[in-house]
Design a protein around this ligand. Structure first.
Ligand code: FAD
Ligand code: SF4
Ligand code: SF4
Length: 478
């Protein structure tokens, strides 16, 4: 049955009921069940069909949200799905892990006093429903092209570019140094936010469309950028950013002080059924330990919530600013608090104490002052406020920087920006090397999946224009 729109006055905001914290910390499964069809229709009908839809303006993919909400409310679910996937390569992934409170839903201008439309959950529902009904198909090009594109990195940027380019008929090979495709979707983000089969079935779709994956293949070790340029008509660099930032303080080298990605990768590999010796010998397993995580971004939240699920004795987050100025999503902090994480805001570690193996953190309290260059109040130390926190596992989640790609790829001529990300022309998406493009975190710095998808799609368009122009020039020369 079709629902009337603008029902936000009579229908309150309602998502699928989040699993109870006590129950959900017993496993790594996603914390939200799926919408039922009727609830999705009803919730979509709350949209007031704004003339200027701010939800769409603030979606990095400019998703046509009001239109697919209307189709959903009318029960026209296949059309709604087709419209939503026309602008988003992985709508079911964004529906799960976009920080909607800072993007589409945070900008929903439904009448004051009423809560936003649950856009992300409906987007996830539409695509999950499409999978169930067999509407999600591999790319099927109407013409095959001669040109062959090499993509370095099978994260969301590389996969989004591959899908679009394959649809245009190009031959695609994706190289990745990991043993599985998916990038941070597979080895960074934990299952309780995004279950792995969601990514695996997408990769399988690309394989079925003829995309070649060369896994365990590292550019810089197994081949150079120059090798790839010789073997392909265009190359896309989508390698993400992986160099962990670490607190440069006393005790950083002690045993038990661990980079966030090492910890999360071990946990994700375990979840996928791999043997992980450092987990099995306890080094990367929080079971029974007092865990302290340093940082206030999404990575820190994922480490905290993973440690809770590994049955840690206690899990504490130290962050130097307060909850209102932290980079992580407010929604994730709430989930972590419900699951038993303690946050000590406005605190900065000064040393990790040993000997040999870390047993505690020495930290000081901070206060916030005038706005600094990041646009947030600058933290400064409160004199005489040092305190000691017992810890036998300390996880550093302070963010990531790009690796030195020109050196790694033996391509010193590749131009990089002042923050060491790869420089591209924003109009063509091409680097300073002809036929070499770049997309995702390696261009914009550590960011979000939705931006990586957008970058990958734009890079695909850039590559297509470049290859078309090249083909026309070749024809003219013949
Ligand atoms: P990646 O996903 O990093 O993929 C890059 C790929 O390149 C990897 O597979 C890597 O193995 C490969 N590669 C690198 N170098 C080489 C080489 N030399 N040769 C071959 N292959 C190579 N974003 C959200 O929107 N929501 C979230 O909830 C969220 N949570 C996050 C949690 C964590 C723990 C982390 C670390 C990030 C999170 N993000 C989140 C950010 C998001 O995951 C990234 O912005 C996104 O994955 C970037 O995509 P990408 O394709 O640019 O790079
Ligand atoms: Fe919202 Fe992300 Fe979907 Fe855009 S892609 S509509 S920001 S959940
Ligand atoms: Fe609908 Fe909210 Fe978007 Fe307006 S801003 S079109 S109410 S979802």
């Amino acid at each position: 049955m079709a629902e009337d729109m603008l029902s936000f006055i009579s229908v309150p905001q309602n998502g699928p009921l989040k699993r109870d914290a006590i129950e959900r910390i017993q496993d790594f499964r996603e914390i939200y069940p799926e919408f039922l069809k009727q609830s999705a229709q009803q919730q979509a009908s709350r949209c007031s069909q704004c003339g200027i839809p701010f939800c769409q303006v603030h979606c990095p993919l400019s998703n046509n949200i009001p239109d697919w909400l209307k189709l959903t409310a009318e029960g026209r679910l296949e059309e709604a799905y087709r419209l939503s996937q026309a602008t988003n390569t992985f709508p079911e992934i964004c529906g799960r892990i976009c920080p909607q409170d800072r993007l589409c839903e945070g900008s929903c201008v439904i009448e004051a006093g009423f809560q936003s439309v649950t856009i992300g959950t409906i987007e996830k529902f539409l695509t999950e429903n499409a999978w169930k009904n067999g509407w999600v198909m591999p790319p099927s090009p109407s013409v095959e092209q001669e040109a062959h594109v090499g993509i370095i990195g099978a994260g969301p940027a590389g996969l989004a570019a591959a899908e679009l380019l394959r649809q245009m008929g190009y031959r695609i090979t994706i190289y990745d140094r990991y043993d599985r495709a998916g990038g941070l979707l597979i080895y960074g983000i934990p299952n309780f936010k995004l279950e792995k089969n969601v990514i695996e079935r997408r990769v399988e779709l690309l394989r079925r469309a003829g995309v070649q994956f060369r896994l365990n293949f590292e550019i810089g070790k197994d081949a150079s950028l120059q090798d790839l340029r010789r073997n392909h008509d265009a190359v896309l660099i989508a390698t993400g950013v992986y160099k962990s930032r670490e607190a440069d303080i006393e005790g950083s080298n002690l045993l038990g002080v661990i980079p966030a990605m090492t910890y999360l990768t071990a946990s994700n590999k375990r979840g996928l059924g791999d043997r992980v010796p450092a987990y099995e010998n306890g080094e990367l397993n929080a079971d029974g330990k007092k865990v302290v995580v340093i940082g206030g971004g999404d990575t820190a939240m994922d480490c905290l919530r993973t440690a809770i699920r590994q049955n840690a004795a206690s899990v504490t987050c130290l962050y130097r600013r307060d909850r209102h100025t932290m980079p992580g999503s407010a929604r994730e902090v709430l989930h972590a608090e419900e699951e038993g994480v303690e946050f000590i805001w406005l605190s900065l570690p000064q040393a990790f104490l040993g000997p040999g193996r870390a047993n505690s953190v020495c930290a000081v309290k901070m206060r916030l002052g005038a706005i600094d260059s990041t646009g947030r109040p600058a933290p400064s130390e409160v004199p005489g406020s040092a305190f000691i926190l017992k810890a036998d596992m300390i996880i550093q989640a302070l963010g990531f920087d790009p690796e030195d790609i020109p050196v790694l790829f033996s391509a010193p001529e590749l131009k990089i920006s002042s923050n060491r990300t790869i420089h591209i022309d924003p109009l063509t998406q091409m680097t300073n090397l002809p036929g070499v493009f770049a997309a995702g975190d390696i261009v914009r710095g550590a960011s979000l999946v939705v931006w990586a998808i957008r970058d990958g799609r734009e890079a695909a368009q850039g590559i297509h224009r470049y290859l078309q122009a090249k083909a026309e020039m070749n024809m003219a020369a013949e």
